[in-house]
Write a protein that binds this ligand. Structure first.
Ligand SMILES: Nc1nc2c(ncn2[C@@H]2O[C@H](COP(=O)(O)OP(=O)(O)OP(=O)(O)O)[C@@H](O)[C@H]2O)c(=O)[nH]1
Ligand SMILES: [Mg+2]
Length: 270
C-alpha cells in the first residue's frame, strides 16, 4: 500500500523521541452503536493478536445497549467503558476518551480515535502505529490521498467532507493535511499530553462534529509532524442512521474558522 507523507511542519524539538513500540489506546465515541459494536470489537480483537491494544468505549448517554455490549467485550480484548449519564455530544465524548486514555498511557503509546459505527477498518491501526514509530506525531486516515476511497458513502456526505476539505485547505495555514474532518486518526500520546497540559478542559470545546478539526487546529500550535495514510471507508457496513446533522455541521465549521482567525496563538512555546 502506498503511504503518502505530507509533512505539516518541521519538528522544532530535536529532543523528542520518535520511537513507539508501545500500546495503542483506541477511543471509540459511541452514541447508540449497539448494532455496530460487536463486529467492530471482533475486528479490533484480530488486530490485538499482533498489537498491544486497549479499547476505550465512551458511551455518550446512549438509549440502547451500547454500554452493555461494550462491557461484555470480545474474547481477550481489553475494553474499558467510560460512561456519560446523558448525551453530551461527540466533542465531549472524544475529550472524555482522550483524558481516560492519557491517564493510563506511557511515553511510547499512541492514542487512536475512530468511529464506532464499523465504517473504519481497524486493520489500519498497525499502519498508524508504524507512521508514528517512524516520526509522525499525528497520522490521519485520509479519504483524499491515492488509495483513499469514500465511494460507499452517500452523495451528501461525500460532498460535505470534500467541501470541508477544500474550505479548510484554503483557509488555514495547515499545509499538507488533506482530510481535515476524518474521524480516524492516531496521535503520539506525549503530544496530546503536552497539548492537554496547556488547554486542559478546553482542548476540545466544540460539542459536535467540528471537534475533529478543532483538535487539529489546537495541536498545530505544538508543531507536530502530520502524515496521511489512505482510508477506504466501509460505509456499506453502517447499520444505524447517520448522526451527522448537515446544516448544523456546516455552521459549526464556519464558526470554528472564524474563531480560529480571531484567536491569538498561545504566547508561550508548546
Ligand atoms: N459520543 C457520541 N458519539 C457520537 C455522537 N454522535 C455521534 N457519535 C459517534 O461519533 C461517531 C461518528 O458518528 P457518525 O454517525 O458515524 O458520523 P460520520 O461518520 O461523520 O458520518 P456518518 O457515518 O455519515 O454518520 C460514531 O462513532 C458515533 O457513534 C454523540 O452525540 N455522542
Ligand atoms: Mg461514521
Amino acid at each position: 500500500m502506498s503511504v503518502e507523507k505530507t509533512v505539516l511542519a518541521t519538528r522544532t524539538e530535536p529532543e523528542r523521541n520518535a520511537k513507539t513500540g508501545g500500546r495503542a489506546h483506541v477511543v471509540l465515541p459511541a452514541f447508540n452503536e449497539e448494532a455496530a459494536l460487536p463486529a467492530l470489537l471482533r475486528r479490533i480483537a484480530d488486530v490485538a493478536l499482533t498489537e498491544q491494544i486497549t479499547v476505550w468505549v465512551v458511551d455518550d448517554g446512549s438509549s440502547d445497549r451500547s454500554a452493555a455490549v461494550a462491557e461484555s467485550g470480545f474474547g481477550g480484548l481489553e475494553v474499558r467503558v467510560v460512561r456519560h449519564p446523558v448525551n453530551l455530544g461527540l466533542g465531549r465524548a472524544v475529550l472524555s476518551g482522550l483524558r481516560a486514555a492519557l491517564k493510563e498511557s506511557g511515553p511510547d503509546d499512541i492514542v487512536v480515535v475512530m468511529d464506532a459505527d464499523d465504517t473504519h477498518d481497524p486493520g489500519l491501526i498497525s499502519l498508524l502505529q508504524a507512521e508514528i514509530a517512524t516520526g509522525s506525531d499525528v497520522a490521519i486516515c485520509s479519504r483524499f490521498v491515492p488509495g483513499g476511497d469514500d465511494r460507499t458513502a452517500p452523495v451528501f456526505r461525500r460532498l460535505l467532507s470534500r467541501g470541508a476539505a477544500r474550505l479548510f485547505r484554503h483557509a488555514l495555514a495547515v499545509d499538507g493535511v488533506r482530510d481535515f474532518t476524518s474521524g480516524y486518526r492516531a496521535y503520539r500520546a506525549t503530544l496530546l499530553t503536552r497539548a492537554s497540559g496547556h488547554w486542559g478542559e478546553r482542548l476540545i470545546e466544540e460539542q459536535g462534529f467540528a471537534c475533529m478539526v478543532e483538535l487539529l487546529l489546537k495541536l498545530r500550535h505544538c508543531h507536530p509532524v502530520i502524515t496521511e495514510i489512505p482510508l477506504a471507508l466501509h460505509y456499506d457496513r453502517k447499520q444505524g442512521p447517520s448522526k451527522l446533522k448537515l446544516r448544523r455541521t456546516i455552521l459549526q465549521y464556519v464558526k470554528l474558522l472564524a474563531r480560529d482567525r480571531l484567536s491569538p496563538a498561545p504566547f508561550r512555546k508548546l
